[in-house]
Design a protein around this ligand. Structure first.
Ligand SMILES: [Zn+2]
Length: 466
């Protein structure tokens, strides 16, 4: 009978790494892999490690994965041991003094930094090493299967630290949804071309600075997935945790690692437009000006309902500066009513009791907040104008306008240009809304005029939303 010998997915090669190497050749080590988040040990914890090193106590083995960047270039990715490595790097960089606990070993040690140590002690430090296990055979950074195994090893080493649903989904490196939400909602990213972590993500959307809501357990990423889900279905759907995970997994692609194609989709663009508008509305708020979030935007289900209201309004109604101000005032007023809910305020009680992320409960909240908004608009004597749902003139209308205006640019004529110069050929001609569509102008030939390309562009520059 043949020997029982299950096939392995990778090999482990034991090694010893001089701790000085982490300081002298930092580029050889990728301290934070793409599936991992940045964590920082307290100074106390870092000094405890220095204490152990100086006493030559046992320090657990670090786990490194060999990652091959090209035929002659490889790096070691830190699957486990991020803090043990950054601690010694900090020590060599003189950022970390030795702890008082080392007093009994030698009274000259406490408080000293690396460069302040006598030569013999520095020599001792330079000879210290970490025991390491090197993972080999899963070295291709663009191979989803290899990244998956590395992620799996990482998880299994996170003893006792349970990851939540979003943290687990975050490590699906080949999901296009995952990549989109990391780009626009995470604090940190990863550069696959250079194969190195980016600690500050410059692409994170400003919308998130408005929220009085932490991102330590990836709350911002989860919120953005929920926005995407609704936009993708163009209606309110279930956006519970399980739906978030299912959606992220449904967009896993073979060439998904480092792939940002999702942002080309119309629904993803709509989400970003909603976030842009949301940010524009609140960016001048005194809190934001002081670098603080908006106190009203703290609870996820409340944020979700406010977001959905804005999305609805900008889709169906004329939404300009006046409406933006009205909206901002409404959010503050509605929040006040919500946080001081009286037993007699049945709508608000219903709103608060429907805080789940199921389609049914979101719709209940949506109706209540919308009704409240339109009542608020009435109280402020503001009439919300509906947009004509159809934006473009159809072929028959375009012909009618061209014939009615006799192929002449109406602005050129108004500028007293001779007819010869105002003449616009059919292929050059633009049918223009006199009252812009975004301002409630109807798509109707009574609200149309013929423009030359030049005047159409000029109008477009002045009124970007026409
Ligand atoms: Zn013209």
């Amino acid at each position: 009978m043949a020997k029982f010998d299950p096939k392995t997915k990778y090999d482990i090669v034991p090694d010893m790494i001089n701790i000085e190497d982490f300081n002298r050749y930092p580029e050889e080590f990728v301290v934070r892999p793409p599936y991992q988040r940045k964590t920082v040990w307290s100074r106390r914890k870092q000094q405890d490690l220095l204490d152990s090193l100086f006493r030559r106590f046992y320090v657990p083995r670090i786990v490194l994965r060999e990652v091959r960047l090209s035929d002659d270039r490889a790096v070691k990715e830190v699957i486990d041991g991020q803090q043990r490595i950054t601690t010694v790097q900090n020590f060599f960089a003189d950022k970390l003094p030795l702890p008082n606990s080392l007093n009994d070993l030698n009274p000259k040690l406490p408080g000293r930094r690396y460069s302040q140590l006598p030569v013999d002690v520095r020599k001792f430090v330079n000879r210290l090493s970490y025991q390491a296990d090197i993972v080999k055979g899963i070295a291709d950074p663009m191979n989803p299967a290899h990244q998956e195994v590395a992620t799996e090893i990482f998880w299994r080493l996170q003893q006792g630290e349970s990851l939540n649903y979003m943290e687990e989904a975050h490590s699906k490196l080949s999901s296009l949804v995952r990549n989109f939400v990391v780009k626009y909602a995470d604090d940190q990213r990863f550069n696959y071309d250079k194969y190195e972590p980016i600690d500050k993500n410059q692409d994170k959307h400003n919308f998130f600075v408005l929220l009085k809501r932490k991102n330590d357990r990836m709350q911002h990423l989860a919120l953005l997935v929920r926005f995407l889900l609704i936009e993708k279905e163009t209606r309110i759907v279930d956006i519970r945790n399980a739906d978030v995970v299912e959606y992220i997994e449904s967009e896993i692609q073979q060439d998904g690692i480092g792939n940002y194609d999702l942002e080309e989709k119309v629904y993803a663009k709509h989400v970003l437009q909603n976030l842009n508008l949301f940010y524009d509305i609140f960016k001048d708020d005194p809190s934001v000006q002081n670098g603080d979030p908006i106190p009203e935007l703290r609870i996820e289900y409340f944020i979700m309902s406010v977001y959905l209201l804005l999305r609805h309004l900008r889709t169906y109604y004329v939404f300009d500066k006046t409406e933006e101000e009205l909206f901002r005032d409404f959010v503050v007023t509605f929040h006040e009513r919500w946080s001081n809910a009286r037993q007699t305020d049945r709508d608000i009680l219903l709103f608060s009791n429907s805080r789940q992320q199921s389609a049914g409960e979101i719709e209940v909240r949506d109706r209540i907040i919308r009704q409240a908004f339109f009542e608020f608009a009435d109280q402020h004597n503001h009439k919300m104008l509906t947009k004509d749902r159809r934006r473009a003139f159809n072929e028959a209308e375009r012909i009618k306008i061209y014939r009615r205006d006799e192929g002449l640019c109406q602005v050129c004529l108004a500028e007293n240009k001779p007819e010869k110069e105002a003449q616009v050929s059919w292929s050059e001609y633009q049918a223009d809304h006199v009252i812009p569509h975004a301002k409630g102008g109807a798509t109707d030939i009574a609200n149309a005029q013929l423009l030359c390309r030049y005047h159409n562009q000029q109008k477009g520059a002045r009124l970007p939303t026409s």
